[in-house]
Ligand binder design. Sequence first.
Ligand code: ATP
Ligand code: MG
Length: 407
Amino acid sequence: MRLSKTFIKTLRTAPKDETATNGALLTRAGYIHKEMAGVYDYLPLGLLTIEKIKNIIREELNAIGCEEVLMSALQNPELWEATGRFSDQEVDIWFKTELSAGGVLGLAPTHEEPMVEMMKNYVSSYKDLPLYVYQFQTKFRNELRAKSGIMRGREFLMKDLYSFHTSEEDLDEFYGKVEGAYKKIFERLGLGDSTYETFASGGIFAKFSHEYQTILPVGEDTIYYNKDKSLVLNKEVFTPEVLADFGVDAKDFTETRGAEVGNIFKLKFKYSEPLGLKYATEDNKSEFVYMGCYGIGVSRVMGVIAEKFADDKGLVWPEAVAPFKYYLVGIGEDGTRKTEGIYAEHKDEILFDDRDVRPGEKFADSELMGIPQRIVISDKTLASGGAEVTNRATGETKIVDLKELFV
Ligand code: ATP
Ligand code: MG
C-alpha cells in the first residue's frame, strides 16, 4: 500500500470524545473512524488487522474440523420467544426495529436461537452428528456504557462457534479441543503470556463457564489469579465455597484486571430443548442434541492488543496481526529509487511511505501506526552497507544488505 494513494491521514492529537487509549490511538493512526459512541468504521489498515485476527482464528478452528457460515443479523422474534429471550427483562441489550408492514424484528445480539433453528433442517439422525459450525458476524447490543473504544461496541464483530453432539462425553471431548485451539489462537495473537482461562459464573449445567481473560489495567473485569496453581477465578465466583471446592486459600491469589476476550459454555439442552432440535438414536429413539457455544470478541481482541502493547509513540503490533510487516521510507534520490524497486517486488508486505513529507513525519507515523519493522534507505544507510531496519517493539536498529532484506 502506498501512503500517497490512500485517503487515510494520521492525527497528531486524539479526538476529544475518545477516552480509551485503544480508540484514541487507532483513530490517530488511521485504523478506525468513530461514527458515534460504541460504533466504529474500519479503515484500510484496521480492516487488514481485523482480517489477520480472523484468519488466525479461522485456521485454528478449521484445524479441529469446524465449518464456517455467515448468518443474518436480522432476527425472527418467534425463535427468541421460544426460549424467553426476546423479552427486554430477560435480555436487556436488545436493539429492535419495526417492519414497515407491521411487526418487530431483532438485531442479533448473539446467534444461539437462529443457529439451532437452522440446524433443525440438517440434523435428524445420530449419523448427522457431531457438527461444529461458526461464523464471524456483526452483533448489536444496546450496551449502557460504550466508553472503552472498540473493546466495547454497540455494534461489534464476534466469532461464534456452536457444537452439536449425541452425548455429554462427546461434548466434553470437543470442549477440550476448543480449549486447545483457543490456547493456540491467543498465543498466535501475541496474547499467550497474558491470557488466562478463567472460571466464571454463567455455567448452565456445568458449575462454571470459562472466560478467556487478558490481563489489562483497563479491563472491565476483576479477576484473581494464583500463578503456582495456574488457577484464575473471576470475582463473581471468588467465594469461600468455590475456594473450598478448589482446595485453595484466598490469600494465595492476586487481584488484577482482565478484559474478557472470549468465553466458552457447555449448553447441554438449554436451546435444543425449547426449540426442538432432536435426533434419532441408533435404536430409533428421539433425543435432544447436546450443545456447546464458544465466542471470541474479534474487534475487542484488536482493541486489547492495541491497548496492551502501545507505548508513548503509538501502536505496537505483534507481527502476526500487523496490517503490514514493513514500513518503507526512502530519503534522497538514490534511496527513493531503491525503495521503489523494493516496493515493486514486495507490495503485499509493505506500507510504503512515498508521501512528499519530511522524513521526521514519516518516522513519527511509522511509530504511531505500529508497523513491526521500519526500513529506511538513504545515502547514509547505503554508505553503511544497505538499509537501516528498526524494530518497532524493541527500538533495535541494524544495517541490512538490500539483498538480505526479505530473506
Ligand atoms: P461482557 O461481559 O464483556 O459484556 P459477554 O459475557 O456479554 O461479555 P458474550 O455474550 O459471551 O460476552 O460474547 C462473546 C465475546 O464477545 C465476549 O467474550 C467478548 O470478547 C465479546 N463481546 C461481548 N460484548 C462485546 C461488546 N459490547 N463489544 C465488543 N466485544 C464484545
Ligand atoms: Mg455483555
